[in-house]
Design a protein around this ligand. Structure first.
Ligand code: GDP
Length: 364
């Protein structure tokens, strides 16, 4: 599965947000209860309104959303890269995630201590990211020594890797995250193999006070500006409100959302933003038993999509009967789409489109 790591300084609202996420997941999908894999890993349903539409048309008994994981990575303080706080443990946890969500404190509250005694979400972001950059610098400098020795011989692989290491080092020494480096298509695989903490895509969560949940506040504006500069996503959320929402029934939620001027829980926006950040898209399988959402990387081929369901589907792939979501809805299901000539037979080269309703044919 795909994983987003939640990071931030202490007392910014990470746990509050994490707990809200996991409670909501439990409420959302009774068939797939929230499972605690580890105390800090939450497995959440990806909100997908199209699933309900598909299930209604096909008369599916069950709706099964796609899942995504959030990891609460606590313990980051200034000096973590030098082993302060949970230091190394913390960094190891970040290495395993696909994307990093920075929770930034955008609320005043004299009862909640701020580690730097001042509410300044941009400074907080920089403090956290600096630790990640220092950790990357240290690990790269270590690797470089070895690579340089190997590259002096005829080791082509070492030479290529050394080039990438130097690209990353150049950014980091300028005080930039490794994700700023320009990486060609051919280099992408090796680049990912370097497992740099600051090469992962990032998302900013501005955790605002309850009164600013709908419109944000001066702090969250700063966060949004910074996110724009970083080409990162930003979500304004009040973790406090989300934790209250997560405990309500659907009806109560709708009412509460209306009173505070929100269209949907902020968590839905957060999960969707995480989904986008990871470069993911959805395809569906629909039948009388279940309507189910599956997750693939954008750009995935039909056999790769089939492989998400089962590796045998990918190995034995013959073709995919494919109906676009809009056609499926407009023509009221598979039969109608077939009759209208809108069910396509797609082969191995087909690039899956978001919302495709697919049925795989394969050899066993
Ligand atoms: P963490 O250390 O980042 O995990 O922070 P916590 O989630 O434990 O929150 C620290 C404190 O801040 C708790 O007392 C929360 O109730 C409080 N808190 C979190 N979010 C908000 C918020 O949006 N508004 C206010 N006023 N307090 C919040």
């Amino acid at each position: 599965g795909f994983k987003c790591g939640i990071v931030g300084l202490p007392n910014v609202g990470k746990s509050t947000l994490f707990n809200a996420l996991t409670k909501t997941a439990a409420a959302q999908a009774a068939n797939y209860p929230f499972c605690t894999i580890e105390p800090n890993v939450g497995d959440v349903a990806v909100p997908e309104p199209r699933l309900k539409q598909l299930a209604e048309i096909a008369g599916s008994k069950e709706i099964i959303p796609a899942r995504m994981q959030f990891v609460d990575i606590a313990g980051l303080v200034k000096g973590a890269s030098q082993g302060e706080g949970l230091g190394n443990q913390f960094l190891a946890n970040i290495r395993e995630v696909d994307a990093v969500v920075y929770v930034l404190r955008c609320f005043d509250d004299d009862d909640v201590t701020h580690v730097a005694n001042k509410i300044d979400p941009i400074a907080d972001f920089e403090t956290v990211e600096t630790e990640l950059m220092l950790a990357d610098l240290e690990s790269l400098e270590k690797r470089r020594v070895n690579l340089e020795k190997k590259a002096k011989g005829q080791d082509k692989e070492a030479k290529a890797l050394l080039l990438l290491v130097d690209k990353a080092l150049a950014e980091l020494r300028e005080g930039n995250p490794a994700r700023n480096a320009e990486i060609s298509e051919e280099e992408k695989k090796d680049w990912a193999g370097l497992q740099l903490l600051t090469a992962k895509p990032v998302l900013f969560v501005a955790n605002v006070d309850e009164a600013s949940a709908a419109d944000g506040n001066a702090y969250s504006k700063l966060v949004e500006d910074r996110a724009a500069k970083e080409s990162a996503g930003a979500v304004v959320i009040s973790a406090k409100i989300e934790s209250e929402l997560a405990q309500l029934s659907d009806e109560e939620q709708a009412e509460y959302l209306e009173t505070i001027g929100l269209e949907e829980p902020g968590l839905n926006r957060l999960i969707s933003a995480g989904f986008d950040l990871l470069g993911l898209q959805t395809y569906f399988t629909v039948g009388p038993k279940e309507a189910r959402a599956w997750t693939v990387k954008r750009g995935a081929t039909a056999p790769q999509a089939a492989g998400v369901i089962h590796t045998d589907f990918e190995k034995g792939f013959i073709r995919a009967e494919t109906i676009g979501f809009d056609d499926y809805v407009a023509l009221k299901g598979e039969q109608g789409a077939k009759e209208a000539g809108k069910m396509r037979l797609e082969g191995k080269e087909y690039i899956v489109q978001d919302g495709d309703v697919m049925h795989f044919r394969f050899n066993t």
